[in-house]
Design a protein around this ligand. Structure first.
Ligand code: GFB
Length: 315
């Protein structure tokens, strides 16, 4: 049995966008012994603190959703921190998990691990076949190291560890801080504020032409729960919708959801990042999983969430 829902299951990063959704989903799917710690309670960059946590909780299943994440500007501005902190967090977690004999572990990566100019849609086997996108190379290298650690532990110790690569995520609980957020929360905040202030123009970053695939975080969580029950293979597995859209189109959807009627222009001095990174999700679909939140519904619900929670939202 791959997933023992009564096992002590540590969700690392359970307060983040992905981790909090995974926690909600596992709870709803009948997992009875979930454990989480905030970054204030346990600093996972600290090896001894991570070890002490494992000594205390003795998990038998681990979900690695803890990471330092951010949008294109944050990745481009702080590569040293994105590399070092992510390497430390995941190595500390996986070393402690191995020392404690954890048999089932799921490591979350990102679609930016694939080569910048990979053929589209991107199959899992394109990993390490070309150069990475410069703006997020440091983060991607850390995540690739995580995948290799998962594969190495499987090969050397026979553990049922797996890794999953989600496409760009969005949803409730996201980071809405202008300088560090991903594009969807940035656009939601910008268009909501422009609507409220009656601003005649909104200026977005880049050319608007890059294509991105967006997955609602509740769909990611359902995929994680599904994979814990059904997937056991050294290859990473893509998690996405199989559909992408231009950033320009995404901006028009957010503008409509926010009720904005003014102009949108594009600041091309800002980086576009990779031109396209559409995941090939054939493997996951063949296993029997599909997303259920449409982009329009997901954006609408996230705008509503932001309006209701913005006082407490990270912004
Ligand atoms: O979401 P985003 O920061 O991530 O940007 P990436 C996606 C696209 O949206 C880029 C454009 O072409 C941006 O130029 N964009 C337009 C904006 N306006 C904005 C804005 O106000 N804020 C932001 N952030 N973008 C990240 C990686 O890449 O994606 C990470 O850096 C990670 O490593 C993550 O993989 C999922 O898709 O370009």
């Amino acid at each position: 049995m791959l997933a023992d829902k009564t096992s002590t299951t540590y969700v690392a990063g359970h307060r983040g966008l992905a981790g909090s959704a995974i926690w909600r989903r596992l709870e709803a799917d009948g997992w009875t012994d979930l454990v989480g710690r905030s970054s204030k309670e346990v600093d996972l960059r600290d090896r001894d603190a991570t070890r002490r946590l494992f000594d205390e909780i003795q998990p038998t299943t681990v979900v690695v959703a803890a990471a330092r994440v951010g949008g294109i500007l944050a990745n481009d501005t702080y590569p040293a921190e994105f590399l070092s902190e992510n390497l430390r967090i995941q190595v500390n977690l996986m070393d402690a998990a191995l020392e404690h004999g954890v048999d089932r572990l799921l490591f979350l990566g990102s679609s930016c691990i694939y080569p910048r100019l990979a053929p589209q849609p991107i199959k899992e086997e394109y990993l390490l076949t070309g150069h990475l996108e410069q703006t997020n190379e440091a983060y991607a290298i850390a995540k690739i190291a995580g995948i290799i650690q998962v594969q190495s532990v499987r090969r050397e110790y026979g553990k049922h560890w797996i890794s999953a690569m989600p496409t760009n995520l969005y949803g409730p609980g996201d980071n809405f801080t202008a300088q560090t957020s991903h594009v969807l929360p940035a656009l939601i905040r910008r268009y909501v504020e422009a609507t409220e202030s009656g601003a005649p123009e909104v200026v977005n970053w880049g050319s608007g032409s890059p294509l991105r695939e967006f997955l609602h975080v509740d769909d990611l969580a359902s995929a994680v729960s599904f994979l814990l029950e059904h997937y056991d293979d050294p290859s990473t597995i893509n998690v996405g919708t199989g559909e992408d859209h231009s950033i320009r189109h995404i901006a028009s959807l957010v503008a409509a959801a926010a009720g904005y009627a003014g102009e949108t222009t594009w600041d091309t001095t800002r980086p576009d990042g990779t031109p396209r990174k559409l995941l090939d999700v054939t493997r996951l679909r063949e296993l029997g999983w599909e997303p259920s939140v449409s982009l329009e519904a997901g954006i609408g619900a996230t705008v509503d969430w932001y309006l209701e929670h913005r006082a407490q939202a990270r912004s």
